[in-house]
Write a protein that binds this ligand. Structure first.
Ligand code: PEP
Ligand code: MN
Length: 362
């Protein structure tokens, strides 16, 4: 028994260090057959490193399937025995941690609805004190990097040694093309804050549909993520939760085979030289852009002085619309998207208003 446990620990260790790390399994553990059949087919792909399944499901609305709870844990253990795949489940309370450990779950993750609540994260962290198990923490539902970082720090403080992050996108009001907008700059910022910490992408919860899984997975790989967590179900349309975004193990294999894995860096000298040159050009252009922006603000200051001396308001809506319209037209010819132009000019406008405000009120 002892050696068996150690062997599994070694396997988990290996998986933890493997790149890319591929985690897959159903959104929820529904029945013993569903868990075991899915696990068997996933193991059969030869590409899946760990088996996931939701045991306790925090659902947004009551009446949705909230998980089988503890009765699902033996199914996972059985699936592991049959396939050799280490298992991972979501935990939200100290009791979940305790029960998952009783059934030899190999890795835990904290869900997005838990990361938002420091009380819950602390409760889970306290339950993990002195326990040697890898823990992944999903981003909170809302785009708040302090909450995400805070969750990580709570785990670090109780001594969890292997901590990873899962990017599952951020919720926003209204319909967008994504179920949860990826806002890629946010996970990238987390990579900067926690260098060396594994960062996994969860395209399933970002997309909320099957059609975009491939492109979102590829995008995360191109951004140097360390792995993927993708939901897979033997009969996705009949899944008890997240039916629209799950794929069969067969489709999962296709998706994984279609991915292009690029290296972050290369030793090929030519490539490095070309890259350095291009980066220098970018630095140069960025410098020029900053200088131009500085000059633009100086003109704003002058206008501010004029407005102050003549008692005119800062914001003149017509003028602003005119600037945007001009920019859209020019941007279109230069291959700049309307979305970018809007964001860029909003930022410039805000800075300009602040400049004028200072002048008019000083
Ligand atoms: C899940 O992984 O099934 C899940 C509930 O995800 P999230 O916490 O990202 O919503
Ligand atoms: Mn799910």
């Amino acid at each position: 028994m002892q050696t068996e446990v150690q062997t599994m620990k070694e396997i988990v260790q290996q998986k933890w260090n493997k790149r890319p790390l591929i985690i897959s399994g159903p959104c929820s553990a529904e029945t013993e057959e569903q868990v075991i059949e899915t696990a068997t087919q996933l193991a059969g792909t030869g590409k899946v490193d760990m088996l996931r399944a939701g045991i306790w499901k925090p659902r947004t609305k009551p009446g949705m399937f909230e998980g089988n709870g503890i009765v699902g844990l033996p199914w996972l253990l059985q699936a592991k025995k049959i396939t050799g795949l280490p298992t991972t489940v979501e935990v939200a309370t100290a009791k979940h941690v305790e029960e998952a450990l009783k059934f030899d779950v190999d890795m835990l993750w904290i869900g997005a609805r838990t990361t938002v609540n420091p009380f819950s994260v602390q409760e889970v962290a306290d339950a993990l004190k002195g326990i040697d198990i890898p823990v992944l923490i999903k981003n909170p539902i809302n785009p708040d990097l302090e909450l995400w970082s805070g969750g990580i720090e709570r785990l670090q403080k109780v001594g969890v040694k292997q901590i990873g992050m899962i990017h599952r996108g951020f919720s926003s009001y209204g319909n967008t093309e994504y179920r949860n907008a990826p806002m890629w700059h946010l996970p990238i910022e987390m990579k900067r804050r926690f260098p060396g910490m594994p960062l996994i992408c969860d395209p399933s919860h970002i997309c909320g549909n099957r059609s975009m899984l491939q492109s979102v997975s590829q995008k995360s790989i191109d951004l140097d993520f360390d792995g993927l967590m993708l939901e897979s179900h033997i009969d996705p349309d009949k899944a008890w939760s997240d039916a629209k975004q799950q794929v069969t193990p067969e489709r999962l294999l296709e998706l994984l085979n279609n991915l292009v894995w690029r290296q972050e860096s290369s030793t090929v000298e030519e490539f490095i030289t070309a890259l350095t040159t291009l980066r220098e050009q970018i630095n140069q252009l960025d410098d020029e852009l900053m200088t131009l922006l500085g000059q633009r603000m100086k003109l704003s200051d002058k206008i501010g002085e004029y407005k102050r001396d003549n008692g005119i308001t800062i914001l003149q809506t017509n003028r602003w619309n005119e600037i945007l319209e001009r920019a859209f037209q020019k941007g279109d010819k230069l291959g700049l998207s309307k979305e970018f132009i809007t964001k860029y000019f909003d930022a410039v406008h805000l800075e300009s208003i602040q400049h004028q405000n200072k002048i008019m009120n000083s």
